[in-house]
Design a protein around this ligand. Structure first.
Ligand SMILES: Cc1cc2nc3c(=O)[nH]c(=O)nc-3n(C[C@H](O)[C@H](O)[C@H](O)COP(=O)(O)OP(=O)(O)OC[C@H]3O[C@@H](n4cnc5c(N)ncnc54)[C@H](O)[C@@H]3O)c2cc1C
Length: 304
């Protein structure tokens, strides 16, 4: 590909697509490079995104791409970026498919990825009856008996939050609970049952959880599970290019998605720990405004 793009966007989820829409409308030449492995691909519907509540993730992307197609300066490539080199004004991206792309600015909208789930049976129900965020999927499980898998401070946070959706809550700590005596008392006062035996397996039928079976032989019947999976950066490319990245894998950015490397931006799950599609889209919009402002400034000063 010979074009020098104004911006290459790596990642075509809500963050990258939102940035592409804004940059397309700002008449910038943009390439969206996406390998198509969004974190929410396990789930059936996106919830809580105004005007898109209940939309399938793949349908969300289809509509976004269809609307962006109205702006001819945006191109899409279904491929993975495997190497990024260069500096502000001239970045070079090598793809798994053998293409080389050049761009003046870069936006990493590469999301986060789940590390392998380490409880037997959990991957069978992930996105169907086991979820990570009550704001996303609590409504569908309202008033049902729910298990949440957590320890320590995380368990206390989950216990309070899930109360908004159901009064039937069981905490499985999957080993030592890491709670203080005071916290155990607090959970008891609020009728939260606590099991600290390690989880042997989760039993389900067609993705719907039936019960959590513990190593001590007991079983906790439930209709849904919330848990906090371990996550990693969706891509190591921002770190390889020199961007500051937190211990938890988030690219460090300012309010407009600017990273510590000139000309490089990041948005969405890649650069936050507040995992919501509308938040990712909003960050993509802000990063696009930041990038466009930089490009206009450079052109104004004869450096573009
Ligand atoms: C089970 C589950 C349910 C959820 N439900 C909801 C919900 O109901 N409502 C809600 O608001 N949020 C929900 N979320 C969170 C939401 O999905 C994310 O916050 C949102 O998708 C983040 O958007 P993003 O664009 O930052 O990243 P993603 O949507 O993850 O997209 C990142 C894209 O970048 C691509 N990519 C990564 N590296 C490369 C590379 N090197 N080259 C090319 N492409 C690359 C990936 O393949 C992917 O397509 C849920 C999450 C999970 C896990």
């Amino acid at each position: 590909m010979e074009t020098m793009f104004d911006t290459a966007i790596i990642g075509g989820g809500p963050a990258g697509l939102s940035a592409a829409l804004v940059l397309g409308r700002a008449r910038k030449n943009v390439l969206v490079l996406d390998e198509g492995r969004p974190r929410n691909r396990v789930t059936g519907e996106i919830h809580g995104f105004l005007t898109r509540d209940g939309t399938r993730p793949a349908e969300f992307r289809r509509i976004a791409r269809e609307q962006i197609a109205a702006y001819p300066s945006v191109r899409f490539m279904d491929d993975a970026a495997v190497e990024v080199t260069g500096t502000n004004g001239r970045f070079r991206i090598a793809t798994a498919g053998g293409a080389t792309i050049e761009s003046k600015k870069l936006l990493f909208a590469t999301g986060k990825k789940d590390l392998p789930l380490d409880i037997e049976g959990l991957s069978d129900i992930y996105g169907k009856s086991a979820f990570v965020c009550p704001y996303c999927d609590g409504w569908e499980l309202r008033d049902k008996p729910l298990v949440f898998i957590a320890k320590g401070a995380g368990a206390m946070h989950f216990a309070k939050t899930i109360t908004g959706w159901t009064s039937s809550r069981t905490l499985c700590t999957n080993g030592p609970d890491e709670l203080t005596e005071e916290q155990r008392e607090e959970l008891k006062r609020h009728d939260v049952a606590v099991f600290d035996s390690p989880i042997r397996r989760i039993e389900s039928v067609d993705g719907l959880v039936r019960q959590v079976v513990l190593e001590d032989g007991s079983a906790v019947p439930c209709a849904g599970i919330f848990f906090a999976p371990k996550l990693a950066a969706g891509s190591d490319l921002p770190r390889a290019l020199g961007c500051d990245v937190t211990e938890t894998g988030s690219v460090v950015v300012d309010g407009f998605g600017k990273t510590s490397v000139p000309g490089v931006y990041s948005a969405g799950d890649a650069a936050t720990e507040l995992y919501q599609a509308i938040m990712a889209a909003s960050m993509g919009m802000l990063a696009a405004a930041g990038i466009n402002g930089e490009l206009l400034e450079e052109a104004w000063n004869g450096k573009g």
